[in-house]
Design a protein around this ligand. Structure first.
Ligand code: FES
Length: 280
């Protein structure tokens, strides 16, 4: 059957459902201070994101500052992709940061958070949003349809994560780096910071909603085969992590920022690394 013109015609404006909240920006029957969390989260997110963008992409080309000091590599530059005649205007961070930035930008939790504090879409649960929002295509059109890339960015995110674990070896001098001032095994503030950071980043990646669905989704019967029972057990573990996905998201964002700040401060000579050293 051929579709007639009336079937193909689309309304010029598709309105999304009005929802149950009182229409109008900020209108609500809620009596609690619902605006505190989005405000705090918005400020923290903006500060961290702006700092990480400047430090990872602009700082080194403009000021020539080091991103690796005495075996401590800033997590923004791992894995380090640099070569001898690399243009000075190009930051090695740019070559790898698109993965974690894309992964976080499309994260289900961060989407909820920044839709609230940047777009008031909606500002909070049961809180009214601007009426113009009813005309938004949301994630059905560019640019927000790109949020669907999250699953693929999850796969890619395990690449820098793997290298961040490898960075722990020079950080503790288990495998001393070429510029190690003292090659003995050490437990320093920088190493502990990088270790906590990679643990939190691992928790963040493993608690991802997409990963949980990948492991436990599309199965009708969990107990039918041995392989499915294994998947069920794994899915339960990931579900435990997933319950605190918001916590993993914020804590890992903060430690990534702090780890980079620490390496920059070491390079500037503002702090010296306090470390216990063992061996000959
Ligand atoms: Fe947040 Fe996947 S949902 S990282």
């Amino acid at each position: 059957m051929t579709a007639g013109p009336e079937t193909l015609a689309r309304p010029s404006t598709v309105l999304k459902p009005a929802g149950t909240a009182t229409p109008g920006l900020g209108r609500t029957r809620r009596l609690d201070r619902w605006w505190v969390a989005p405000t705090v989260q918005g400020l923290l997110f903006t500060i961290c994101a702006a700092y990480l963008f400047i430090s990872g992409i602009l700082w080194t080309p403009i000021f020539g500052t080091a991103y690796e000091v005495d075996g401590y590599l800033s997590p923004l530059f791992s894995p380090l992709i640099a070569w001898k005649d690399m243009p000075t205007w190009l930051s090695p961070g740019l070559l790898i940061l698109w993965i974690p930035i894309g992964f976080r930008a499309t994260c289900y939790y961060y989407r909820k958070a920044y839709y609230r504090f940047y777009f008031a879409d909606p500002p909070g649960c049961a809180v009214g949003e601007p009426r113009v929002h009813r005309r938004f295509a949301l994630e059905n059109a560019l640019p927000f349809i790109l949020q669907n890339l999250h699953r693929y960015l999850l796969y890619l995110a395990f690449i820098p994560l793997f290298f961040l674990w490898l960075d722990i070896l020079p950080a503790f001098n288990i495998v001393p780096s070429a510029d190690a001032a003292d090659p003995r095994f050490r437990v320093g503030v920088g190493g502990l910071l990088l270790l906590v950071n990679v643990i939190l980043l691992t928790g963040y990646s493993l608690s991802c909603h997409s990963l949980r669905h990948l492991v436990g989704g599309k199965i009708d019967c969990f107990s039918c085969t041995q392989a499915r029972r294994v998947r069920y057990t794994l899915w339960q573990r990931l579900t435990d992590l997933n319950r605190n996905h918001m916590w993993w998201a914020w804590s890992s964002l903060i430690t990534v920022t702090l780890a980079d700040v620490y390496v920059r401060l070491l390079d500037a000579g503002v702090v010296t690394d306090q470390a216990l050293r063992f061996g000959q």
